[in-house]
Structure formats: structure tokens, C-alpha cells
Write a protein that binds this ligand. Structure first.
Ligand SMILES: [Zn+2]
Length: 67
């Protein structure tokens, strides 16, 4: 299986949008959003769960995104 996340060089840290800036609880690095796998899509269908990764300690986590 190939990893299917893409890294975009985006530095929007100065935006005033209060949209959940998620931090890694381990190293306080900002988490990056990655695409869910097809399997996860199947299981989490309809749920506002988003997958994030911390590239520093390579931990993946799901976050509940409620609007
Ligand atoms: Zn981390």
C-alpha cells in the first residue's frame, strides 16, 4: 500500500480564522490534515471525523470536527 497523503507548503499561520488549529499533544506541532483511506471512509461514512498527522512524531489521529 502506498501512503496517499500529500504535503502542501502552506504557511497560513497568521490568518485570523479561528478554525480549529490542531496541535499534537505530544510535541505541540501543528497537525496536518491528510486524506482518509477508503477503508476509513467506509467505516466513518457520514461522520465529521477528519484525519490528521503530526509529521514530527508521525502520529496519526482522528479529530471530531463539529461546526
Ligand atoms: Zn507530534
Amino acid at each position: 500500500m502506498t501512503a496517499e497523503f500529500r504535503i502542501k507548503p502552506q504557511e497560513d499561520t497568521t490568518t485570523s480564522t479561528s478554525s480549529s488549529e490542531l496541535m499534537c499533544r505530544n510535541c505541540k506541532t501543528r497537525l496536518s490534515r491528510i486524506k482518509r483511506s477508503e477503508l476509513a471512509k467506509f467505516f466513518l461514512f457520514g461522520l465529521p471525523l477528519k484525519k490528521y498527522i503530526c509529521y514530527k512524531c508521525s502520529r496519526k489521529t482522528y479529530r471530531w470536527v463539529s461546526k
